[in-house]
Write a protein that binds this ligand. Structure first.
Ligand code: HEM
Ligand code: HEM
Length: 306
């Protein structure tokens, strides 16, 4: 907690240092995208597990609070992608580090340049959709059908991880081949460092491509406006083409592992207590396995007929 407070206060104190702001925005954008992605993958998998619930989820997505959230999400993914590329380039070209302040400014500028036309196009879809409809925030459904079950589920997984960690610590003590463990850990960390960069570069194409298809080419409101008004038919038509399934499976695995591993870095920064840290790491593994598993089962089986 103290480290978290220091991060916030120091960021404000170092006002004007662009590198500090880049770091904060990168972290917030990454965590926000991960939060969205967990909800998004679980409810996309309902197209296979619970088709009626899937229709309900898509209809709630088409309410004003989610529409606002989608603009924020697109901004977050675009900024995180560009800033991630800056990190990757500077990591592999340390001699360019002296230009890092300029590079951070270019990232902010490039984000604005991409977002302005994107928001105009998204805005046209929004204007078309809300044009003929009464303005209904549907706050009740957002809280009861999305906030409570997903928030509750995430809290249960986090608490479960910490309890398991405590029991594990009590059962094994701190004994063990510490040297070997450290060596193995640092090899794992090196691997994840490289993974974050390679997956990041692949995600620039996959995640931005997916967003362009959903928001600019189709428009999110068209998901349940063709094919007899069923969102499942939109997904079925896309998944009928093996190429899109492979695309989605690549996106699913790369983004989930990248996002959850990024979350692990954040946890490591703010949890000095080893039991809590190990617990949260377990929660991260459980969360990743559940979400990737549900998403993959739906993608492999496809949309049930009828
Ligand atoms: C509000 C923005 C978004 C909308 C409207 C949207 C829409 C959809 C739709 C309709 C599908 C069904 C399959 C398909 O048609 O390909 C899908 C699947 C998927 N989307 Fe998105 N998407 C959004 C943002 C994102 C983002 C930012 C990511 C990742 C960074 C992402 C990752 C995925 C994945 C991994 C799947 C497959 C899920 C599964 O297997 O259950 N989506 N999305
Ligand atoms: C779109 C292309 C993307 C690129 C180029 C990218 C790149 C990066 C890079 C280079 C890092 C730093 C890794 C390190 O510190 O070793 C990072 C961290 C992170 N990324 Fe991404 N990423 C992308 C997409 C995503 C997506 C889709 C998510 C969410 C599912 C995400 C979530 C995170 C998180 C939570 C962190 C940790 C932030 C921190 O430690 O402050 N990223 N990303």
């Amino acid at each position: 907690m103290a480290t978290l407070v220091t991060t916030v206060t120091e960021t404000l104190r170092y006002r004007g240092k662009i590198g500090q702001w880049s770091w904060v925005f990168h972290r917030l954008a990454g965590l926000g995208t991960l939060l969205f992605l967990v909800i998004h993958v679980v409810d996309t998998s309902w197209v296979y597990f619970f088709p009626e619930l899937y229709e309900k989820a898509i209809s709630i997505y088409q309410s004003p609070l989610f529409t606002l959230g989608e603009f924020i999400l697109v901004a977050a993914v675009v900024y995180h992608a560009f800033n991630g590329l800056r990190i990757v380039i500077l990591d592999y070209r340390p001699e360019w580090w002296e230009h890092q302040a300029m590079a951070a400014q270019i990232v902010f500028l490039a984000t604005v340049v991409v977002l302005v036309p994107t928001f105009v196009l998204m805005g046209q879809h929004v204007a078309e959709f809300y044009g003929g409809r009464p303005f209904d925030l549907r706050v009740n459904e957002v809280i009861v059908d999305v906030g409570l079950p997903f928030g509750g589920g995430m809290i249960i997984v986090l608490v479960l991880g910490v309890i398991l960690s405590y029991l594990f610590g009590a059962a094994t003590g701190s004994a063990g081949a510490a040297g070997m463990q450290l060596q193995r850990r640092s090899r794992f960390e090196q691997l994840m460092w490289t993974y974050m960069r390679l997956s990041g570069v692949a995600l620039v194409v996959l995640a931005l491509g997916h967003l362009a298809i959903m928001h600019v080419i189709n428009g999110v409101f068209s998901i349940n406006q063709s094919g007899e008004g069923l969102a499942a038919n939109f997904v079925a038509a896309r998944w009928a083409f093996l190429g899109w399934r492979l695309y989605d499976i690549g996106l699913l695995i790369l983004a989930m592992v990248h996002g959850f591993n990024g979350f692990r870095y954040v946890v490591r920064d703010y949890t000095p207590n080893p039991i809590v840290r190990r617990g949260l790491n377990w929660a991260i593994v459980i969360g990743a396995v559940i979400t990737i598993g549900m998403g993959a089962v739906a993608l492999i089986n496809g949309v049930p007929a009828g």
